[in-house]
Design a protein around this ligand. Structure first.
Ligand SMILES: Cc1cc2nc3c(=O)[nH]c(=O)nc-3n(C[C@H](O)[C@H](O)[C@H](O)COP(=O)(O)OP(=O)(O)OC[C@H]3O[C@@H](n4cnc5c(N)ncnc54)[C@H](O)[C@@H]3O)c2cc1C
Length: 460
């Protein structure tokens, strides 16, 4: 009889931005690592549907793990984006006060930013607020500038991290839903929908399902409540209206409804914050749409005259405490990374460092590998750097970059071909959209879906 395969040193459950960052970090050591996800692509959960802000952590609760990891994550992800070509735009943000109470709260928020180690906030008069974002609606009383807040491409971030984890030797096991965990003396056997995977240590980065997976390890310490956030995406013609991120004064329920430019040249309005029962309920609703339009009318009436290109919703993995829940269980050789709600994209690389340190303290041997492959250079999806359709030299070398397939987003056949040949190719049209922007424009694929799908079917 064939020998069962040797157990991995670590299995990471969940290939969102957090699990991918953890797998990448651990694969930088002399460890065999598996990154598992139930779905057929990386970054298919909350990591694909968020507001895509690279947060400084200025408004976190001082002293929390989240405050520390968002601050550190901001620095790490800024540098990583530079190294890999993840699109980032340094737009800065304005926190705008519309009522006397909000105006009175601004000095407190300024102090909070300082307590979080962020020293760059500056108070703004109403005149200064309008000078920075002239299209704001009437009635702004003052504001706080947060120059470090930035916009980033969340799709490329998850993909870059998983691609680098794989380049460092991690096995990326998609379509592996973990349904049971059976502890053994030397390794835990994860029973998955695609067969057994054994690992000496298991990291739970299962996002909205982190409590369920935690239960497989005998814990019952928390419950995830999906908090749905709906967003509207406005057409590119709206982009000049939003040169900066416009933030509301935060409330206990969250960061509130904001207006933000996107790295793809659009403007976003949202998100809502509504607790739902169903962990898969990413439907957009008429009530959410009406709520956002009412907010938008107040914040920036001119935005409402622009066309909405798309609406989408994501689910935050809210839990019953105001912090991340990251804990190692050395006895079971298991670690939980749970409750990573509304800042996980920004904090991902710092969460990975923290997980590594906790695992090390719990007994996992960590010997850094001396020779690592260079970080991947990701295709540029952002508008602030040149894209292939405008690159004459590239087109002269390879005509496929001169053949535009998706005209709304100016995506070329060469980019689609590259995505299909990449180390982690898309499993379908949605994955291709996140790798190229194809079908992500104002016609949402009405004109190009046929050709895009034909290219997908033809394969690399
Ligand atoms: C509306 C909204 C706006 C946000 N805005 C921002 C923002 O501006 N900036 C920011 O930093 N953060 C933001 N966030 C938060 C951020 O998106 C999340 O914190 C982050 O994506 C969480 O990543 P994750 O890897 O933990 O979860 P996920 O991306 O959900 O990944 C978990 C993965 O686990 C897999 N999985 C689950 N169960 C199993 C199982 N049994 N077996 C195998 N795999 C399993 C899932 O398929 C999924 O792919 C926002 C979130 C929302 C919803």
């Amino acid at each position: 009889m064939a020998e069962p395969p040797a157990p991995y040193d670590v299995a990471v459950v969940g290939a969102g931005v957090v699990g991918s960052a953890v797998a990448r970090e651990l694969a930088g050591h002399e460890l065999s690592v598996a990154l598992l996800d139930a779905r057929d692509d990386v970054g298919e959960g909350t990591s694909k549907a968020n507001t895509a802000l690279l947060h400084t952590g200025f408004d976190a609760t001082p002293g929390t793990l989240e405050s520390r990891l968002v601050r550190r994550g901001y620095a790490l992800l800024s540098a990583y984006a530079e190294a890999t070509g993840i699109p980032v735009e340094r737009t800065g943000a304005l926190l705008v006060a519309w009522t006397d109470e909000e105006l009175a709260a601004l000095p407190r928020l300024h102090d909070k930013a300082v307590a979080n180690g962020y020293e760059h906030c500056a108070p703004l008069t109403a005149g200064e607020v309008y000078a920075q974002v002239p299209a704001l609606g009437p009635g702004a009383l003052g504001g706080l500038a947060v120059p470090g807040e930035s916009v980033i491409c969340s799709w490329t971030t998850a993909l870059a991290l998983a691609t680098e984890a794989r380049a460092r030797g991690a096995a990326v096991l998609l379509g592996h839903r973990v349904e049971a965990a059976e502890p053994g003396p030397a390794a835990t056997t994860l029973r998955t929908t695609a067969g057994d995977v054994a690992a000496r240590w298991v990291v739970n980065a299962a996002g909205l399902a982190a409590d369920t997976v935690d239960g497989l390890f005998g814990h019952g310490r928390f419950t995830v409540t999906p908090r749905r956030g709906e967003l509207l995406v406005y057409d590119k013609l709206a982009r000049p209206l939003a040169p900066r991120i416009v933030l509301p004064v935060p409330t206990a329920r969250g960061k509130g409804v904001l207006i933000s430019p996107t790295v793809y040249g659009n403007v976003m309005l949202g998100p809502t914050a509504e607790d739902v029962a169903d962990r898969g309920d990413t439907a957009t609703t008429a009530a959410g749409y009406d709520f956002l339009l009412a907010r938008g009318r107040r914040l920036m009436p001119r935005l409402l005259a622009e066309e909405v290109t798309a609406a989408y919703a994501g689910l935050r993995a809210a839990i019953d405490r105001d912090d991340y829940l990251i804990e190692a269980d050395p006895e079971r050789r298991y670690l939980l990374a749970g409750g990573i709600r509304s800042t996980g994209l920004s904090a991902s690389l710092a969460i990975a460092e923290h997980v590594r340190d906790l695992l090390g303290a719990a007994g996992l041997g960590l010997v850094p590998r001396t020779r690592l492959p260079a970080p991947p250079r990701m295709p540029n999806l952002g508008e602030s750097a040149p894209r292939p359709y405008r690159d004459e030299e590239l087109i002269a070398r390879d005509g496929a970059y001169g053949r535009v397939v998706c005209f709304c987003e100016r995506v070329t056949e060469g980019e689609i071909r590259d995505a299909l040949r990449s180390p982690l190719p898309p499993a379908g049209p949605d994955g291709l959209r996140r790798r190229t922007r194809a079908m992500n424009g104002r016609c949402q694929g009405f004109s190009c879906a046929g050709e895009v799908e034909a290219l997908l079917e033809a394969g690399p």
